[in-house]
Design a protein around this ligand. Structure first.
Ligand code: FAD
Ligand code: SF4
Length: 505
């Protein structure tokens, strides 16, 4: 008997496990459903990207000879849910089982767990073998460990895959070249042009649909130039490897006003929906190193993001959900300020990141972590509200990767499962890594006073406010010793100013 094979919007990979052992008579079901487009108010570009990539992928499957039932969001009889669409197929056809690849998100897995009863037939959930470490493998690695530090997981992954290895040892004698990767962007350095892809007829139709249905969502829909096919995504990867990778390491942590991409790869949206696979991306970078086209600090830094961080956050997510999401270790409760949507703030660094985000549904890692994330941490913004913002505004956001990064890395809401200390920084860090401060209404050097950079007094207020939770953290020892040496009047001024600023948000 034939099988029904469900392919989700982030499973757009020809070698997907649920498409293996295809037989004549099987049917692929792909559906654009309201429960996915609307469970958070996604950026318009994010919705357009995923729907267009799905429609293109359905064409690829059809031209490979597979039979596809594709349900569009605006199809008259669309029930709005996966289960509804599967039931609709089952009223007209008979299948001996439903085959699906495990979903990225806990929420969808919970749904799937009920399907056998709901649909009255077997559901085969296959492992997602596009990733480099399975959920079970991560669980095994985590077993019995007091701390789940990414660095040790990453070393295991290097040994397992052989990327940048000489036998059992890392090439260059070091696992990590982070200390070489913290340069400020020189003023006269030319930044690479980026590829852009003109919308074809399929994307054009999607853009009209998104403008009609989701016109009141955050973000600019047009110009739309994202890579919605595998060929486009491969072109972005090739361009990155040839043009950007050699300098990726040096300027990985840099910030520059009005420059959204610097030397970053911009592949995350394509990677997370399946147009690229992590293995092939690491292979391309490894090959560039072997060919002498990119230096070790750049290639190691880049491979660590994918083989290390990306695999690690996925493992951590599945290990700790659903309790992980409920944690709020610093008891942060403040609502998200309006300027996260409008960019209307005198803080030049935040204004720039929100503007970039609105335009591209993209910001690079340091913008997410050290600007909007750092502000949210220092200001004690509610993790639920901050998580929701990150889920909505970035085209690459799926909960399995967004949540550990926001909840754990940026907000320390998990109490230190992911990061050994909060990524809290004052204006001095942002001034060192970027060029916003020179153009800002605030004075980055001033600690208090009307013109003082808010990151300065919020930083010390954060350290003082969270002493009970963070005071014993050995990596925070220096901060607390500095706090204790601070003149009590200065601290009091800082706290008064921080409170007034936060109350006015
Ligand atoms: P590059 O800098 O070129 O890095 C290459 C690739 O490495 C990325 O495409 C990505 O796949 C991977 N990578 C890098 N850092 C991480 C990381 N910390 N975790 C997982 N993968 C990583 N990434 C997402 O894919 N989706 C998200 O929703 C997301 N939310 C984030 C929220 C916060 C608060 C922070 C601090 C980071 C978040 N990240 C997220 C991680 C990272 O910022 C993005 O992957 C990266 O900016 C994407 O741009 P890029 O493709 O140019 O990456
Ligand atoms: Fe940001 Fe402060 Fe610099 Fe202004 S002075 S850009 S608020 S860090």
């Amino acid at each position: 008997m034939p099988a029904l094979r469900l392919v989700l919007g982030d499973q757009l990979t020809r070698s997907l496990s649920s498409l293996k052992d295809w037989q004549t008579g099987d049917l692929v079901l792909m559906c654009e459903v309201a429960e996915e487009t609307s469970y958070v108010r996604h950026h318009k570009k994010k919705i357009a990207f995923i729907l267009s990539a799905m429609r293109h992928f359905a064409r690829v499957l059809e031209s490979a000879g597979l039979t596809v039932r594709y349900v569009r969001l605006d199809d008259r009889d669309n029930t709005g849910s996966f289960a509804g669409e599967i039931e609709r197929v089952l009223t007209a056809h008979t299948f001996d089982r439903l085959i699906v690849t495990e979903p990225g998100e806990w929420r969808v897995m919970e749904m799937m767990r009920g399907w056998e009863d709901q649909l009255g037939g077997p559901v085969e959930v296959r492992e997602d073998d596009r990733v480099l470490s399975s959920i079970g493998e991560f669980e095994l690695w985590a077993q019995g460990r007091k701390q789940l530090r990414m660095e040790y997981f990453y070393r295991q992954m290097r040994r397992k895959t052989g990327f940048l290895m000489e036998g059992r040892d890392p090439i260059g004698g070091q696992w990590n070249f982070d200390q070489d990767n913290r340069k400020r962007l020189p003023k006269d350095l030319e930044l690479p042009e980026r590829l852009s892809f003109a919308p074809d007829a399929i994307t054009g139709e999607v853009l009209t649909l998104v403008a009609d249905r989701f016109g009141d969502h955050f973000g600019d829909l047009e110009p739309f130039a994202m890579p919605v096919t595998r060929d486009d995504a491969l072109a972005v990867l090739e361009h990155f490897i040839a043009v950007c990778l050699p300098k990726f390491g040096d300027y990985q942590d840099a910030l520059a006003e009005g420059e959204a991409f610097l030397f970053h790869s911009t592949i995350s949206a394509a990677l997370n929906c399946g147009l690229l696979t992590p293995g092939e991306v690491c292979e391309a970078a490894d090959a560039a190193f072997k060919a002498g086209d990119a230096p070790l600090n750049a290639v190691e830094g880049f491979i660590r993001q994918i083989l290390g961080w990306r695999e690690y956050v996925r493992g951590l997510y599945w290990l700790t959900m659903p309790a992980y999401k409920e944690r709020n270790a610093l008891d942060a409760q403040r609502p998200l300020p309006e300027f996260y949507w409008t960019a209307e703030t005198d803080m030049a660094c935040i204004r720039d990141v929100v503007t970039t985000t609105r335009k591209h549904a993209y910001a690079h890692h340091i913008q997410r972590l050290m600007v909007t994330g750092n502000f949210a941490l220092l200001a004690g913004l509610s993790p639920d509200e901050v998580n929701r913002w990150y889920m909505e505004v970035y085209a690459d956001a799926y909960e399995w990767v967004e949540l550990p990064n926001t909840h754990g890395m940026a907000l320390f809401a998990d109490g230190g499962i992911m990061a050994s200390k909060p990524y809290a920084a004052s204006g001095a860090y942002l001034n060192r890594m970027g060029d916003h401060c020179g153009k800002c209404a605030y004075d980055v050097k001033a600690k208090t006073g009307e013109s003082a950079c808010p990151f300065n007094y919020l930083y010390w207020d954060f350290v003082a406010r969270n002493r009970e939770v963070l005071g014993d953290n050995p990596r925070m020892g220096m901060m607390y010793r500095s706090l204790d040496r601070m003149n009590p009047e200065t601290l009091s001024d800082i706290q008064v100013q921080a409170e007034a600023f936060l109350d006015a948000l």
